[in-house]
Design a protein around this ligand. Sequence first.
Ligand code: HEM
Length: 500
Amino acid sequence: MWDPHYLLQTRFYISENMWLIVILLLLLFLALLDTRRPKNFPPGPAWFPIIGCAWQIQKLCRQTGSLSKAVLPLVAEYGPLIGARIGRERVVIVCGLQQILEMFGRDELNGRPKGILSDSRTGGKRKGIVFNDSQTFQEHKKFVLRHLKDSKEIMEEAIHSELREINEDLTKRCKKNGTVPIDSLFGIPLLNMLWSLMAGRKRPLEDFEVNELLSIMEDFSLCGSLSGTSFSNFPFMKYLCPNYSGYNTYVDVHKRIINFVRERVEELRGSGANPGLIHAYLATLNSREKKDSFSEEQLLAVCMDLFIAGFETTYNTLQFFMSYIVLHQDVQTKAQKEIDCVVGRRRAVTLDDKPRLPYVESVVLESMRLFAGRGFLVPRRATQDTTFYGYFIPKDTILLGNSRGTLMDSKAGWKNPSAFDPDRYIKDGSLNVPSSFVIFGLGKRRCLGEILAKANLFLIVANMLQTFSFKAAPGSQQQVEVVEGFTPGVKPFNALVTIR
Ligand code: HEM
């Protein structure tokens, strides 16, 4: 018997299955679309739906120990520009010297990443200098640069004052035992130096304050990397697993720095004129010179940027210097002889001595190269669609400059690039720095603290070598062990320190 209900039911099942099939086909289509790279985008590993090529890159990182090394097999396969997608983020890893130099000079590649990594540091809106590319960044960078130029003498005075503290502390520790954990030496003095720039030494940090700041900076160094974090590549993780993805720590660490500065600014307010950046900025806020972008919130973000950009870079360079110098006694003796000959041991080395200490300066340069060459530049963003070395770079693509390509690659002119060899900068007894030594970037986004960093590093290295000798402590490292952080660091180690 013919049953109309049966037919109706069958129709219903068919239409229900049809919908399922249509939805599955649609999802498959969207997944396929998600694996397509923009036309003429730089070559690179295949993209999978949602994750892009995060999985392949993660695997290479595990095999090689770091992203900067993971890039090497990719360069061999695809060339110096690698087109990748990490989660939702389209990324071009820029590896060759020529390509990086070109990137520095291109105005439309001068942006900084937008999104969670930059916004969540300053309450949801981009502020400050490092992760900003609006008019605000330019006006603030100009202001700080002018201030730094005017504060050279004050900064040198602050560095010498901190050096005396390091010398006293190290002398005490040498007399006690001689074995010193090197990671405990420079953190506090470097933070004090940066604070002097901001507060003009009007209000030196108390011990408990600088210790608090140091602990925040230590937490900061563990909470991400310049090349991105899991929550910036997969923003949904911010909601799904804010703790596991590191989002909460990242936000918290930045809040702690901002709050730290806010409290100190309150204390400084009304304490009278002083040559610090904070005072100069507050004075500008009440003057006709004030730009529309200037505000107290911006001041806090700028101070945070100075702590973040200025601390870890200088601190880690010094860790690299110490790691290499204990393993290269010949270099140490040669630098000490130069200091003894030019300055002697009765007075401290000053910046005026620098032109006559080319070998000491080359030790500093080589330490910087072996630090920076293991990491990435601060990420850039394409601010408009553009072409780069014949490839199409869509607007908002992130460009990650791999410093290995400029600083640790024989193709960039470095002979035996992983060796610690300060003599490579000396020609006919004078300093001769190769053009591939672009450690601070170039152009509009060039490092704002270059002069300060160079002065700090030269004075610390020269004065340390003038007064002390360093050897590997018994049972300590026999090679430099690099660890990944926001910037590259070295595994903590002990050195045997003696007074000369
Ligand atoms: C060894 C020490 C240092 C190294 C190797 C270094 C390196 C760099 C590099 C490569 C950049 C990015 C340049 C680019 O995108 O083209 C940068 C930016 C920056 N650095 Fe440094 N830096 C050092 C120390 C300092 C110090 C001591 C300060 C501040 C006191 C500082 C403040 C900044 C700031 C604010 C920026 C952002 C500039 C911008 O985005 O326009 N840096 N640095």
